[in-house]
Design a binder for this molecule. Structure first.
Ligand SMILES: Cc1cc2nc3c(=O)[nH]c(=O)nc-3n(C[C@H](O)[C@H](O)[C@H](O)COP(=O)(O)O)c2cc1C
Length: 202
């Protein structure tokens, strides 16, 4: 066990935390126009996301919009805030820390070839930690987790539609064990959705 933990720590050490920009709350098209443009795509350019776009994307997805109350852009059942966003890039996997607007390293290396991932420059994997729900049977917690993931997913889709990024929600994760091992997930953490995000293909 100690060896496994150390291996994960050593891998994460090769990456440095990435400080994200404060959100630009003035950007994007009008909300109704974003809805009219929302669509799921399967193709994107190879161009990496700018730090500006990545910062705003993550904040829109599930950032902190009311720091005084420690609340987020996405609602969650019982305010459990159970959805974590793991950010897969060419360099490695990071965990979005919404309260500090930082990406913390999870493991280095390009893991976008894992089952369920895509070659898009960024894959946002939404993972629910159902231990954050204060009550309920696991089956009910998993229902809430799916709802909470769906709401974060829609935030991502609408943000992309309004800022000329492209995305697609993807629920198929064949070979979940490999994902759990790579991210060193706890039993209470459930992989819900993947959102590849990129710029439109030319
Ligand atoms: C919960 C959920 C899971 C999805 N899973 C996948 C998937 O695994 N693979 C995929 O290609 N598309 C997936 N999609 C995208 C749908 O196929 C897509 O939303 C649908 O075809 C309607 O297209 P639109 O989003 O452009 O309106 C998923 C969508 C949702 C909401």
């Amino acid at each position: 066990m100690a060896l496994v933990l150390f291996a994960g720590f050593a891998r994460a050490q090769e990456l440095k935390p990435v400080k994200l920009d404060a959100p630009d709350k003035e950007r994007g098209v009008a909300l109704m126009k974003a809805f009219s443009q929302r669509a799921s795509v399967r193709e994107w350019s190879d161009q990496k996301l700018s730090i500006r776009d990545l910062s705003d994307l993550l904040w829109a997805a599930n950032g902190v919009n009311r720091p005084d109350e420690a609340k987020r852009t996405a609602p969650s059942a019982m305010n459990a805030q159970d959805i974590d966003i793991y950010v897969f890039t060419e360099e490695g996997v990071y965990l979005y820390d919404a309260f500090n607007q930082v990406l913390n390293p999870v493991c280095s290396g390009d893991h976008r070839a894992l089952p369920g991932m895509t070659a898009a420059p960024v894959n946002l994997v939404l993972i629910s930690d159902i231990s954050r729900f204060r009550m309920g049977e696991d089956s009910l917690k998993l229902t809430w987790a799916a709802m909470d993931a769906g709401i974060v997913s829609q935030n991502i889709s609408v943000f992309c539609a309004g800022t000329e990024l492209v995305t697609r929600p993807r629920a198929s994760f064949p070979g979940m064990d490999k994902m759990k091992e790579t991210l060193n997930l706890k039993d209470s953490q459930h992989v819900m959705l993947n959102h590849p995000v990129g710029y439109p293909k030319e």
